[in-house]
Design a protein around this ligand. Sequence first.
Ligand code: ATP
Length: 329
Amino acid sequence: MPPDDPTSLKPTDPVPADVVPVVSIENLHVHYGAIHAVRGISIEIPPGEVYGFIGPNGAGKSTTIKVLATLIGHFTGTAKINGIDVARRPQEVREQIGYMPDFFGVYEDLNVREYLHFFAAAYRIPRKQRKTVIDDVLELTDLTHKIGDQVDSLSRGMKQRLALARVLLHDPQLLLLDEPASGLDPRARIEVRELLKALTEMGKTILISSHILHELAHLCTRIGIIETGEMVAQGSLQEIYRQLQLMRIVHVQLTGSDDGVVDQIRKIKGVADVEQHVDRLAIQLLEDHAAVEDLHEALVNLGVKIHMFQPEAMDMETAFMKLTEGKTA
Ligand code: ATP
């Protein structure tokens, strides 16, 4: 598989002061008896963003998501959806969220139509509107042809899409999706990813969890990496790399340059080292000090002729491994 390209991410900025974040969590702590599952995490998600919540099994992702879904009452700190306090006004919060848990319940003897009608009624969608709403979500999730099939007969990928269809019935602004792609084959994963893309284009705000970083990379505008209940890094993927001080290797071929040039390159801001290979130079660049573009400009300013300039794609798994080194559950 080709390395993921973090440049596909939209840049993220700090949440502007006048924008009410769709999700706002401050200093959240959750205990299960003696287990301190979530340890002081804070998250802000502005409208329209896709927030990837990443961490190994047992890190505290599901617990955090359940707090937002109003399913856990025993926590300290604050959690708000569109400024509404989850603990104080859970009913109002529920109207604004679509929560998809990491397991699909058993619904024996229900077909897809009955299943969705059941939930449409639960969401109090007026009877007259239900058929249209159900037709719409089935079309969006590409399940129209399965309307008469038993839910239990669907493949796992289809069940995931049906679960998504269900949480879309009441047209919530925020989707809380707990590991929607886990256990899916590559094709079904792509289908789910495409569907999520369509939902972001519709302006939904999405919080999506996964224990696999690259699963979310192309989709997310912000990422939070959680580990044993604590946030290890948060921001755009680029920002996370910077926080980790990961080095980017840039391969360059220069024509007509002498050895003195290598010493000059070593002095460029952000350059940690330069390895000389037979056919090229491998420049190690600290991106928290200088961007790839700055390096290119600095080389041009040295007066060298650049025959090749090739930054290595960021290896996200390296970042993840570095973050969770030896700590995975
Ligand atoms: P996974 O990807 O495996 O679902 P996660 O990151 O979602 O992991 P959580 O399910 O939030 O993690 O679990 C965080 C910690 O809390 C783990 O140590 C887990 O064993 C514990 N935990 C979760 N739910 C309960 C519960 N109902 N009772 C007791 N302990 C729990």
